[in-house]
Design a protein around this ligand. Sequence first.
Ligand SMILES: [Zn+2]
Length: 357
Amino acid sequence: MMDSKELLRLLCNADGPSGYEEGVRSLMRELMEKFVDEIQTDKLGTLVGIKKGTQEQPRVMLAAHMDEIGFIVRYITKEGYLKFTPLGGWMDQLILGQRVVIKTREGDVLGVIGCKPPHIVPPAERTKLIERKDMFIDVGVKSEEEVAGLGIKIGDPIVPYGPFEEMAKGKAYMGKGLDDRVGCALLIKILEEVGSDHPNTIYAAATVQEEVGLRGAQTAAYLVKPDVAIALEVAIAGDVPGVNPEDAQAKLGGGPVICLYDVSLIPNIRLRDLFIDTAKELGISYQFEIMEGGATDAGRIHLYAEGVPSIVIGVPTRHIHSPIGIMSAEDFENTKKLLIAVLKKLDSQTVVSLKPL
Ligand SMILES: [Zn+2]
């Protein structure tokens, strides 16, 4: 059986900012192949691994997005610095001073996000937030020509540099792109461990371009035509200084997070209750999330055709939408267990009963 930590390491260390998912997609294809009956793709790049169970119906869609937030090169200055445009929502203060990798056609180039040094900033300005427009990427050269010599072109995608590491004596992990490589790792582990004893067909979709507006989810739903859908995601771990628990109540180590509200989805309530009841049966502690900002693939999928009963299940993660996130090993295992147990219950009758009367 594949080790969860090593799987997460492979997935987090793979690169794939929105629209440029090739790197992570080829890895996902390789990982999926062993456990599915067939792989289908749509024309935007989503991969769907199809795993048959004891019944053909219902069609259960699991969706995790492969893309991570990144940047693209917008402009190259005469002095050899790169100006950049975000792919997805970054918290700008967290990118300053970070190492990044520019993915050129000729290979990877390392750079650092910089701004003017504090020593030459007037004292009154020093406490001011530095805006992204005043930042640049330094690749260690002195001219536009040298930048070209490194193979860097306008439009090249950029990702944070942040190798996956174990922390807290193995209890936690840090990595870039945990949003949503955690979901991708769950997809793979579920496919590996669920066996064939599930009364449905699983469509494990690794979607693209979620971070720029849930774009891949729309075409993926069309491909899958799901009867029910579960988005596998990160959830905000609010257990950091300065966060009021009423704004983000999930904690690292507190177990899988059932999202009850985000701006794109109100989950199917019977599906919500199925997750709650199953967690209780398994003795797994679970948490809730009510998110007044943000959206997930389920927001798009549930609006497919006449509607699809949908929900989002998350692994609590600290520092999402920053260069490095932190997650708990135990939360990952418990989220996986809960999802597998629910998948085994999703037979035709149960899925029909999700429909509002
Ligand atoms: Zn996400």
